[in-house]
Write a protein that binds this ligand. Sequence first.
Ligand SMILES: Nc1ncnc2c1ncn2[C@@H]1O[C@H](COP(=O)(O)OP(=O)(O)O)[C@@H](O)[C@H]1O
Ligand SMILES: [Mg+2]
Length: 369
Amino acid sequence: MTKKLNIGIIFGGKSGEHEVSLMSAASVMRAMDREKYNIIPIGITNEGSWMLYNGPIEKIESGEWEGISNKLLQEDPQHSVFTVIPMGNEPSQAIVPGIPPYLGEQIDVIFPVLHGPYGEDGTIQGLLEMADIPYVGAGVLASAVGMDKIYSKRIFEMVGLPMGKYMLVMRKKLRENPQVYVEMIEENFSYPVFIKPANLGSSVGISKARNQEELLKGLQAAARHDRKILVEEFIACRELECAVLGNDEPKASVVGEIIPSHEFYDYEAKYFDDGKSKMIIPADIPAEKAMEIREMAIKAYKAIDCSGLARVDFFMEKETMKIYINEINTMPGFTKYSMYPLLWDAAGLPYPQLIDQLIQLAVERHQDK
Ligand SMILES: Nc1ncnc2c1ncn2[C@@H]1O[C@H](COP(=O)(O)OP(=O)(O)O)[C@@H](O)[C@H]1O
Ligand SMILES: [Mg+2]
């Protein structure tokens, strides 16, 4: 029998997508094959504390895990970064029952099921690189570029991927003189426009402005989240998504369509509308359009030097059927019912096997270094 792998599942995190991560991580843990893996759940609180958790999975989703976890990192992280060790003066009391078998054991692979800043942006990936531990998903560079909507657009432009018109607004300059930007935007775009913080996800801080008043409000709202703001022309479109999996020879899944319940796919529509937003898999589009999207998805993936997984999102202009790239997500929503796993399921790769492959890819990438 091969040795069981110790898999650290990191969830929560210091981002606006903390709750989404709890759902994704709980789903991953439920699906993982316990014959192959020991699961070591590691939560990061909203405040940034790392906690070792050993309770029921439901309490991850409900948020109750925080109250029944043990702080994992000492003030001096050298002692403990990724080895599970007892904390406090009386380890027997400090540790939740069930954890001791793992004490002192090395974690073999980390699956950072974290979305957004500090999870999907290269920061935790950098920490894991330094700790020399294999981890699921994209490396530092791809994560950072994928998170930054401005930089990913610049890279996509370099490889000739089509995209809508956009403009970068710097918060500092905006605050000094908002009128200059309003004029510049009105000269270059017609309403409505989309306004987004450069570095968030899950539609946090995003708005659609139909006039000057909404533009100013939207810019200010985005400026609360980021020092870089993106303004984009509005595209009347269908939203299509493609899943990519692999390291040096990535494969693209079938294409799926999102039909948002709200005017656009905002935070509420994504996570709290009780399934009124619809996912259609495979999308009802002509075969050559699906092929074009799959090729573009792989091109985008390679352009940012991605590995592991990513979901690449597209807009298909309703009138012309022209495809534009919107964004790449290096740690897409990962519950059993999220688009990424469902796209692979439709391609013949069920959720538990998808997780196996991601762990395998993490090990391969680490060996390849
Ligand atoms: N330029 C655009 N034209 C039309 N709709 C857009 C545009 N940009 C964003 N949207 C809408 O807003 C949603 C969120 O924007 P997106 O750039 O995907 O941000 P996030 O990273 O938060 O998912 C999209 O899914 C889409 O519904
Ligand atoms: Mg999106």
